[in-house]
Design a protein around this ligand. Structure first.
Ligand code: GS8
Length: 205
């Protein structure tokens, strides 16, 4: 179910790395108690361990994996080129600080509110969809010039967008994406990747 966990799984899969996924009993509040809090003091999932390394924050975990394993699997950060890596960094900031807010607020209303017995707030849905549309207008322009968001190659920028979009595209609001031809073509491309197919097939909300 967890989008942030799915982001890390996408990265592991793009890199072709083996991993063990350890479920956290969130319904029992295990993420708000020890021993979990020693893995992520904010009491959120995911948390990640690799030998002596213990991390949280999905995007930081992905960066760690991409840097540690830069010579295998997909080159997600383009770190051998300063110019390319800078543009990857820029668009990763866009995903985290522009895109993530509205789409996560939208998903909370549509999927999570009903799970917790609350009705979705139509006003919030409308506001967040409008914000998302404006962000995707910028993406549409960008994607009319390059195949992917950071350039003509798939990177962590594209990957970081996937988890929330997988759920968003299951809603009637998917037209926010499909009505923008370049964004729509980008999404089809991103969705057809073996790592995306593998991870998204296990995502249920
Ligand atoms: C957000 C983690 C998060 O919101 C990251 O790892 O990228 N910036 C962090 N996790 C949610 C599940 S969605 O994947 C979570 O743990 N929610 C329960 C809570 O906040 O209590």
């Amino acid at each position: 179910m967890s989008t942030c966990t799915a982001r890390v799984l996408l990265c592991l899969s793009e890199k072709g790395l083996e991993y063990e996924l350890v479920p956290v009993q969130m319904s029992k509040g295990a993420h708000k108690q020890q021993p979990y809090l020693s893995l992520n003091p904010f009491g959120q999932i995911p948390a990640f361990e690799d030998g002596d390394v213990s991390l949280f924050e999905s995007r930081a975990i992905c960066k760690y994996l991409a840097l540690k394993h830069k010579d295998i699997g997909t080159d997600l950060l383009r770190s051998s080129s300063f110019a390319e890596a800078t543009i990857v960094d820029l668009w990763m900031e866009v995903e985290a600080h522009q895109f993530n807010g509205p789409i996560s607020a939208f998903i909370r209303q549509i999927f999570l509110n009903p799970m917790f017995g609350r009705a979705p707030d139509e006003k919030v849905i409308e506001t967040e969809t409008e914000k998302l549309g404006k962000i995707l207008d910028v993406y549409e322009e960008r994607l009319s010039k390059s195949k992917y968001l950071a350039g003509d190659y798939y990177t962590m920028v594209d990957m970081n967008h996937i988890p929330y979009l997988v759920y968003f595209m299951k809603t009637p609001y998917a037209t926010v994406v499909t009505s923008r031809p370049h964004v729509s073509a980008w999404w089809k491309n991103v969705l057809s990747r073996p790592a995306t197919i593998k991870v998204s097939s296990g995502m249920t909300l």
